[in-house]
Ligand binder design. Structure first.
Ligand SMILES: *Cc1c(COP(=O)(O)O)cnc(C)c1O
Length: 234
């Protein structure tokens, strides 16, 4: 079995190769290590191998790991899971980024609970790009209103969009989904130049990060290719 450090090396090479092939500048794509269900020691090992940013889906699990890893203050924490409103306080105070904001109520709570002692919370709006039933994320047609309103919230920094396109699509359609997210961000940036940096596309996972990078991903969220298969969630 390959070590986490080996896996970080090979995923980093995949990212570099795809970035080069897309004619994009080196370093324009960052690796988010998705560490849900993984023990804190796996994150420690990844950090020792140079990985800085970690993505977690479950609040309680993430807080326990943060406590176990409190001796490593340079770790960057990203929340990427569905958000219940009774969890926003902990998310607002314990994360650097949230990729999965999909409604104004959640954005307002994160803004109010972030307060102004911490730097603004980086957020992405999650989009249900393939309009799947039972999927988190807002619709594309809800984005202009959301961007307008979220852009007014002083303790949030609106960085861009996140999506999890249906991975069972044929490759051409998957790629078209990534392109649609990229074009949507471009249009929003043109229409709402003051809403925030809007410089971020969080898209692409273990199986499709090359396609996402070809279409402009700036964060790829990778779990399995770094840490191995996850146990089924009980
Ligand atoms: C689990 C998860 C990932 C990582 O998926 P892999 O296929 O294991 O790379 C990425 N993004 C989100 C939102 C996830 O929940």
């Amino acid at each position: 079995m390959s070590s986490i450090a080996d896996n970080i090396g090979s995923v980093t090479r995949r990212i570099q190769k795809a970035t080069l092939q897309a004619g994009r500048s080196p370093g324009s794509v960052r690796l988010l290590a998705v560490s849900k269900t993984r023990p804190a020691e796996d994150l420690r090992e990844a950090f020792a191998a140079g990985q800085v940013a970690f993505g977690e889906n479950y609040v309680q699990e993430a807080l326990e790991k943060q406590e176990a890893l409190a001796d490593l203050p340079d770790m960057e924490w990203h929340f990427i899971g569905p958000i219940q409103s009774n969890k926003t306080r902990q998310i607002a105070s314990s994360f650097d980024w949230v990729h999965s904001v999909d409604r104004l109520k959640i954005a307002r709570r994160l803004n109010d609970q972030r307060g102004d002692t911490l730097p603004p919370l980086n957020i992405c709006l999650q989009v249900n790009i393939n309009e799947e039933e039972s999927k988190s994320g807002c619709r594309v047609d809800q984005l202009p209103g959301l961007v307008e309103a979220v852009g007014e919230l002083p303790n949030l920094r609106l960085r861009g969009l996140m999506a999890i396109p249906d991975p069972s699509q044929p490759e051409a359609e998957l790629r078209a989904s990534f392109r649609k997210l990229a074009n949507t961000l471009k249009a929003l940036k043109g229409d709402h130049p003051d809403a925030g940096p809007l410089d971020t596309l969080s898209m692409g996972m273990s199986g499709d990060l090359e396609l996402a990078i070809a279409e402009g991903a700036t964060w790829v969220r990778v779990g399995t290719a770094l840490f191995g298969e996850r146990p089924a969630k009980s």
